[in-house]
Ligand binder design. Structure first.
Ligand code: FES
Length: 107
């Protein structure tokens, strides 16, 4: 079961064991992780599930598709090289651990 560590801007961490088949966004929202708003519920329409990927993420997810790429230009916090929309990060059993950094703002 993937272990996902969400790191807030102040360094506060939330560590969750999330089942394969869910997304980083759904796991975060279900657990009440601050800073993952996800207004559109994962329908790739809002960009309020923006995160910065950290350790353990390289090569673990498909690349940024066109729709995600467009929305990543509309995030509240600046887009960075490691920016992703967490609703597009589907978890699989191939992932042991990963780190997700939560931006300071989503809207
Ligand atoms: Fe809206 Fe991810 S939840 S784009």
């Amino acid at each position: 079961m993937p272990k996902v560590t969400f790191v807030q801007q102040d360094g506060t961490e939330t560590v969750l064991d999330l089942p394969a088949g869910t997304t980083v966004m759904r796991g975060a929202v279900a657990a009440g992780v601050p800073g993952i708003v996800a207004e559109c519920g994962g329908n790739l329409m809002c960009a309020t599930c923006h995160v910065y990927t950290g350790d353990g993420v390289d090569g673990r997810f498909p690349g940024v598709a066109d729709g995600e790429d467009e929305l990543l230009d509309c995030t509240a916090e600046p887009r960075q090289e490691n920016s992703r929309l967490s609703c597009q990060l589907g978890l699989t059993d191939d992932i042991d651990e990963l780190v997700i950094r939560v931006p300071g703002a989503q809207t």
